[in-house]
Design a protein around this ligand. Sequence first.
Ligand code: GDP
Length: 249
Amino acid sequence: MSGSRPPTTPSRTDRIAARAEFVTSAAAVADLPAGFPEVALVGRSNVGKSSLINALAGRAIARTSATPGKTRLLNVYRVVPRQGQGGRAFHLVDLPGYGYTRVPPPGHGRQARGGAHRSPSGDGGPSAEGDFRALAAAYAGARWADGRDEVPEAAALLLVDARHPGLENDLAAYDWLASLGCPAAVVATKLDKLTRAERPRARLALETAFHGPVVPTSAATGEGLKDLWRLIDRLLSRQPPKLPPRHPS
Ligand code: GDP
């Protein structure tokens, strides 16, 4: 016997879950628990944020919904990675989904590109949009403005639907995160909704739209979760990736 074992299939390995639990729902950034590194999840309503949180956790700790735009709070989950998933415990902070009129939030000193953006799907609703704008701006001010010290590190993951590269409001959210200069990366969701044949083209379209690497994932099949763990680890490292501007000045 050689003693070597057949390689574990990627989807099986990817499915190894962290220890994770719901911590709190905060109505304001000031109410967020301090002391842990944070990864904020940014994305359109219904993009699959809750499902991805549950996939990382290996169980349902976030409420998923076929009805978008329901989250009005900052939901916080504590994740304790297992071996091979990176080192330290961190908090996932689920920002309200956007998807209606204006993205990203204005202010925070630096320019918010954009102005009015029509929703591609009509989801969310004006109040959902307002919640995103207000909470995202407050979050950015607390975590990425000069002088913040509430948390050791804070990074953002921009979630986009693998089937819809370059939606206007996703690009606006990208530009907002790029302008903040915070640790951030783009993750595509719902990969399983594309056929194998469609995937390479979709990935190229995503990476062209966002001017850089995009990690494709599926909460349904577990594909890409291992890469996502690696990405989160890098985002919380000393030299985290950032989003390059799409329009260098
Ligand atoms: P959120 O609003 O961003 O939190 O989105 P949810 O996680 O609630 O997901 C919205 C809808 O998309 C739900 O019906 C999910 O079942 C579905 N969904 C989310 N992720 C996936 C995925 O990876 N694959 C598939 N096929 N459906 C997904």
